[in-house]
Every structure is written in structure tokens, then in C-alpha cells.
Design a protein around this ligand. Structure first.
Ligand code: MG
Length: 304
């Protein structure tokens, strides 16, 4: 049904954005530096793994106390942390909707983030339990009765990234009543039974609560660009020391507090006209001569 929708839509729907103007998308897709960074993050974390496992007094969650003796656990975000969806970002018909990403992901189209599988395997071998906390939401699809078909899609994505997992270890938004898009309640849920030794994510919300301009419970106050930077500074000793950020210049909660990009990432507004010369044109010589570059067309979108 979903596949049928995509095949029908891609023959008739025009491209709704200009991916060759977006340097963030192009960087993730084409820059070797992107892969160097993700490998750097996971390799650095791997060097610290044994120490965090051995230190019973350590928790990556500032509020977690008395965790000695609990089994160690690591919490990963999924999108742009475990799997890369850059090909989706390059081609999906704007505006963004969660069901569009789920449809794309259910076709097995995402790619592993380099470095993740090796690190996760080492962590599991060291006795660490791996949890995946994603803001992909549980939503009933039009043609089904499953209250959370997105859970199996996410499990499949993690497995395709190289690590076996199951529904117990994959935690989606709205899977339980208090599991909003604010991830702190899911981190607290894991912390009831585990000593959380590391966090991995591409968004500030993967580490720090209440960083969204539109807060979800239990947060009540809107974050601002200034409050987010202040929160990062207050946690200065955590970065690279239990907290590990993967690069994502394509989207995230940062866009909700930044008026320059808020409109086109809000999901309900057309991309504004850009007055500057398109980045694609300025970089055409480097990028379009690359054999890896394929401008998204109706035909390539049909391959989804
Ligand atoms: Mg993410």
C-alpha cells in the first residue's frame, strides 16, 4: 500500500525543494569528513568504554544516583546516530511528515552510520545493554490496526545497521503515555533498572531535557537559542565524556529556535526564496563532476 503510494506519487508530484542548494545535505552525502567525524565519535567512545563499565560510581545521567550494581546500559538515538537518512532528506517531498520517513525506512533504504556497528558490538561484548530511544512516533497507519508499526521498522533499521535488537530495547515516542517527544522520561525509564554509562545522539534533546521551542511534557517552557547554548555550557564536562554527539547539519530541534531556518523546517511552510546565489551553482564544479552525484529526479525518487 505504502509502496503503491510512493510509485503513484513520484510520477506526478514535482520536486518541492532544491537539494543542490543545501550545503548541509550535500556535506553529509558527499563529504569524506562526515564519515571521519562519525568514526571519530564512536572510536573515541570505544576507548572510554571499559572505564565507564568498571566505574560503578559513574552514570552519564546527572540525576542518576545509587546505580552501583545495576547492569550498565547505553542509550542511542536512531536517526543520524545509528542510521543515516540523508538519501531521504535529499529526495522526500516537502513538507516533512513522520509517515513519509517511516515509509521510506520500511523499504530498508537507510544506511548505517559509520563506526556504530563496531562500537555497539564492543559494548555488548563488554556486558552493556543497548537501548534505542527514537522520536519516531507510534502512529496507526491508514491501512492497518497495529498501534505502532514504526517499532518494527526501527528494529529492522538497527538490525540492518549491524546490531540485533528487539521491541524491549527500542523505545518510540508515544509508545507509553508519558513517552512524549521529550526523551527525558525514556532515559529515566532505562535508569530505573540500569546504570546509563553513555548517551549518543545528533540532537541536544538526546542529552538534555527541555531544548525545544515547542516543549513536550514534562517540559513546560519554550527553549531559546540562548537557553540551549547555556545548557551546553553548563554540561561542559559531559561532552566527549559519556555524551557523544554525531554530526547532523540537516535538521533537528535547533531549527525550532532559529528563525532563519525555522519556516522551511517547520513542516507547514514553503521553502523561502533565497536571495543569495545557490550553493549548488557555486559548488557545481566540485560536486556535479563526482560520479557519486545524482541530482534527485522523478526517476530516482521512484527508486524509493
Ligand atoms: Mg536523531
Amino acid at each position: 500500500m505504502v509502496v503503491a503510494f510512493f510509485c503513484a506519487s513520484c510520477t506526478t508530484t514535482p520536486v518541492t525543494h532544491a537539494p543542490d542548494e543545501d550545503l548541509g545535505l550535500l556535506w553529509v552525502k558527499h563529504a569524506a569528513e562526515y564519515e571521519a567525524l562519525t568514526r571519530q565519535v564512536y572510536q573515541a567512545a570505544g576507548l572510554a568504554l571499559d572505564g565507564f563499565v568498571a566505574d560503578q560510581s559513574w552514570s552519564a545521567l546527572p540525576a542518576q544516583e545509587d546505580a552501583e550494581g545495576l547492569r550498565p546500559a547505553i542509550i542511542f538515538d536512531v536517526d543520524e546516530t545509528v542510521v543515516s537518512n540523508v538519501d531521504f532528506q535529499l529526495t522526500f517531498e516537502r513538507p516533512f511528515r513522520d509517515w513519509k520517513l517511516n515509509a521510506w525506512s520500511s523499504a530498508g533504504a537507510s544506511a548505517p552510520v559509520p563506526g556504530f556497528a563496531e562500537f555497539a558490538a564492543a559494548a555488548r561484548a563488554a556486558g552493556v545493554e543497548l537501548f534505542f530511544v527514537t522520536n519516531r512516533p507510534c502512529e496507526v497507519l491508514e491501512d492497518g490496526n497495529d498501534p505502532c508499526p514504526q517499532e518494527q521498522t526501527t528494529i529492522d533499521d538497527v538490525i540492518e545497521a549491524g546490531i540485533d535488537t528487539d521491541a524491549e530495547h527500542v523505545m518510540l515516542a508515544y509508545e507509553r503515555d508519558d513517552w512524549t517527544k521529550e526523551k527525558v522520561t525514556r532515559r529515566q525509564y532505562v535508569a530505573k533498572t540500569h546504570r546509563v554509562i553513555m548517551l549518543f545522539g545528533d540532537d541536544l534533546g538526546d542529552f538534555i531535557p527541555c531544548v525545544r521551542a515547542k516543549p513536550s511534557g514534562p517540559c513546560t517552557e519554550a527553549a531559546t537559542a540562548a537557553s540551549r547554548k547555556q545548557a551546553v555550557a553548563q554540561a561542559a564536562d559531559r561532552w566527549g565524556n559519556g555524551w557523544y554527539v554525531l554530526p547532523n547539519p540537516m535538521h533537528g530541534s535547533w531549527t525550532t529556535v532559529t528563525s532563519a531556518v525555522g519556516a522551511r523546517h517547520a513542516g507547514d511552510a514553503a521553502r523561502p526564496h533565497r536571495k543569495q546565489r545557490p550553493v549548488g551553482a557555486r559548488h557545481a564544479g566540485e560536486i556535479r563532476e563526482s560520479p557519486a552525484w545524482r541530482a534527485p529526479t522523478a526517476a530516482t525518487r521512484c527508486m524509493l
